[in-house]
Design a protein around this ligand. Structure first.
Ligand code: G4P
Length: 288
């Protein structure tokens, strides 16, 4: 799969992380609740092995709540790991986040041994938005273009609780193909990284399998039992008036409609992967 990342940016990010992680007590990794495994950074896992970990499943408002719970249970079953779900509208993210971190490092805290927490995550996962809401200020740049380098900063959330921010980090290689498609569907990878139509067909296949009724409600496509993905895309185009001359469907426009709707949560709360599926995809990728 030809996804182009930003190697220069990544090498710097790797060095920064190696430097910072030494005196860190808890590592928070922000994940996209719609694609927790795909939005995880294997490099972070490798470089922070052995450190207590808090997984934040962000954008929970866009994700399927039942599957978010499955992922929370999955992470919490791992030793030294906790997980919480958040969204940008959360009223008291500080309380949730601080208490989860304190529980992970009970021997730290107090002015003599302040708790040092590193927060990281791939671009577009919502890190700046969360930091803004934690601090009540707009101090981190928010934006939708993946790969923008952002400065590091230290934020005091309590007298004895320091949050260390890192720039958005990516990984050198996407090993699981489905993960690449899910990242592209979420908007986390640049627009030209993958063919948009392919991304949408992959997305539609998943939705046809797990969220048929949401698709039917949103696009009034009727009974799509036994349909092929491209037939569903064409039908969506027809229903939305995305037509070219001669009665042909404007496939590109139809694909854009589906992607925009998915990213905004307009199709409904959707999660694109479950732990057992992810394991099977990983296994298939290893055997490929
Ligand atoms: P980053 O620092 O990790 O790169 O991500 P950032 O905070 O810039 O967030 C990326 C996009 O995701 C932003 O949308 C932001 O509003 C949105 N976002 C962040 N957290 C949540 C959440 O919990 N729920 C939902 N639904 N969206 C979230 P944007 O379109 O780029 O910007 P804007 O239109 O909101 O300004």
């Amino acid at each position: 799969m030809a996804i182009q990342w930003f190697p220069g940016h990544m090498n710097k990010a790797r060095k920064d992380l190696a430097e910072r992680v030494k005196d860190i007590d808890v590592v928070i990794e922000m994940l996209d609740a719609r694609l927790p495994a795909s939005s995880a950074n294997p490099m972070i896992a490798r470089m922070t092995r052995g450190k207590p970990a808090l997984k934040i499943l962000n954008k929970q408002d866009l994700a399927d709540p039942a599957i978010t719970q499955v992922w929370l249970d999955y992470y919490c079953a791992k030793p030294g790991t906790r997980a919480i779900a958040l969204d940008a509208g959360e009223r008291a993210p500080v309380t949730k986040l601080v208490s989860a971190c304190r529980a992970l490092a009970p021997n730290r805290g107090g002015l003599e041994k302040p708790l040092r927490v590193l927060i990281c995550g791939i671009p577009n996962v919502g890190k700046s938005t969360l930091i803004n809401s934690l601090t009540g200020r707009r101090i981190a740049k928010t934006g939708n273009e993946p790969g923008i380098t952002k400065g590091q900063q230290r934020i005091l959330l309590a007298d004895d609780f320091e949050l260390v921010d890192t720039p958005g980090m990516l990984w050198p290689k996407i090993e699981v193909e489905e993960g690449g498609y899910n990242l592209a569907a979420s908007g986390a990878v640049g627009r030209n990284a993958l063919d948009e139509e392919e991304v949408v067909l992959e997305l539609l296949r998943y939705l046809m399998k797990h969220y048929t009724s949401l698709l039917q409600e949103r696009y009034n496509v009727g009974d799509i039992e036994g349909w092929q993905d491209f037939e569903v895309l064409e039908q969506i185009g027809r229903r939305r008036g995305a037509m070219l001359g001669g009665g042909r469907v404007n496939i590109q426009k139809a694909a854009e409609i589906v992607l925009t709707d998915f990213r905004a949560g307009s199709i409904g709360p959707i999660t694109l992967e479950r732990p057992d599926e992810w394991k099977a995809w990983e296994k298939a990728a290893r055997e490929r």
